[in-house]
Write a protein that binds this ligand. Structure first.
Ligand code: UDP
Length: 341
């Protein structure tokens, strides 16, 4: 099939630091090309992809997120290019809201993956555009929070190439908390769990401007550089090393996580996940195999003492079976085929 993929313009595909959607787009394009499709990616010029790359802007601009009309320019340009081309079988949008709102004039069917959670603003948007395009959810759980009547085509799980992740059976002596540092992801609870279990906690991840207050008030005062360590935003190589070396990845999330890529990154590295039962967690982590799905912090504390029950190889195998790039590409391929049949 001839497939157009529209990425957001803010972060290159793949990202250098933070960027969940951009990694998914990267793997999806590569996976679809490997399956023999003719894939065209609309993204910034510094992107690296097996697809044919089309760019309006030469480089990513993470500092401009939400501040400039560059996303409107990127999406309007991509829609024009796609219309002028006239030969795509399907258009797959990952770019946020604009392509859904303004892509109605296209001849091609449009698929949109909902990469975000349904906060009140997003809920209202998707309610208004509930059947404008065909939607894909990234977990079954995610759908339960969306407006009724949304035209869901399928759930297709996010994925990663397991072979690109280092695997370590023997672990170093630390727990890991990793991701966007914000209250929803429960970093303050990770600190509590580390203290209550006398464990060393290594934290890493981006502090976005709007969560700086949380970081300064709840996290920074706890960092002592010995038991509670914060490494800042780390590069991809360091991130993989941190995941592979950790005794466990602690994920005390306090929000309805729509997927949580960090959980599959941990399991791919043979690292058990100790998570709160919220959002997609039970769908992604098989309790007792990929780690422990816990009802409260008390149970998470207890789980730290039970880590020897988890087999690192089984964690990795679970990701290879359930969250492989080929499974994701095949999932989207069946969506495209069903919609264009
Ligand atoms: N990530 C990263 N650096 C950071 C924070 C996050 O590379 O400082 C990556 C993380 O490893 C994962 C993605 O960004 O691949 C975040 O996706 P996830 O679904 O876990 O969370 P989101 O931030 O989208 O809610």
């Amino acid at each position: 099939m001839r497939i157009a993929q529209i990425a957001p313009p803010w972060i290159a595909v793949p990202p250098e630091g933070y960027g969940g959607t951009e990694w998914v787009v990267k793997h999806l394009c590569d996976g679809l090309v490997a399956r023999g499709h003719d894939v065209h990616l609309f993204a910034t010029g510094d992107s690296r992809t097996a697809a044919q790359l089309h760019s309006l802007f030469p480089t990513q601009m993470p500092d401009e997120i939400g501040r400039t009309p560059y996303d409107a320019r990127h999406v309007a340009w991509a829609l024009e290019e796609i219309a002028a081309d006239g030969a795509f079988d399907v258009v797959h949008d990952h770019s946020g809201f604009l392509a859904i709102a303004f892509g109605g004039g296209l001849r091609e069917r449009m698929v949109h993956t909902v990469h975000c959670a349904f906060d009140p603003a997003a809920f209202g948007f998707y309610e208004q555009f509930r059947d404008a395009v065909d939607y894909v959810s990234i977990s079954d759980f995610q759908r339960t929070l969306g407006p009724t009547g949304m035209r869901w085509a399928a759930t297709v799980y996010n994925a990663l190439p397991v072979e690109g992740w280092p695997f370590r059976e023997r672990k170093d002596d630390y727990l890991l908390a990793f991701g966007r540092i914000c209250e929803d992801k429960g970093f303050h609870l990770a600190i509590e769990i580390a203290r209550r279990t006398d464990s060393r906690l290594v934290m890493a991840g981006v502090v976005q401007d709007w969560y700086r207050g949380y970081f300064e008030q709840r996290i920074a005062p706890e960092i002592d550089g010995k038991q509670i360590v914060y490494l800042g935003e780390v590069d991809e190589a360091k991130k993989r090393e941190l995941f592979a070396g950790a005794r466990a990845f602690v994920f005390p999330i306090l929000w309805p996580e729509p997927f949580g890529i960090v959980m599959i990154e941990a399991m791919a590295s043979g690292t058990p996940v100790i998570a709160l039962r919220n959002g997609s967690v039970p769908e992604v982590v098989p309790d007792g195999v990929g780690g422990f799905v816990c009802d409260d912090v008390e149970a998470m504390v207890a789980a730290v003492g039970r880590l020897d029950e988890i087999d690192p190889a089984a964690c990795r195998t679970h990701v290879a079976r359930r969250f492989s790039v080929d499974a994701m590409a095949a999932g989207y391929e069946s969506v495209y085929r069903a919609l264009t049949a």
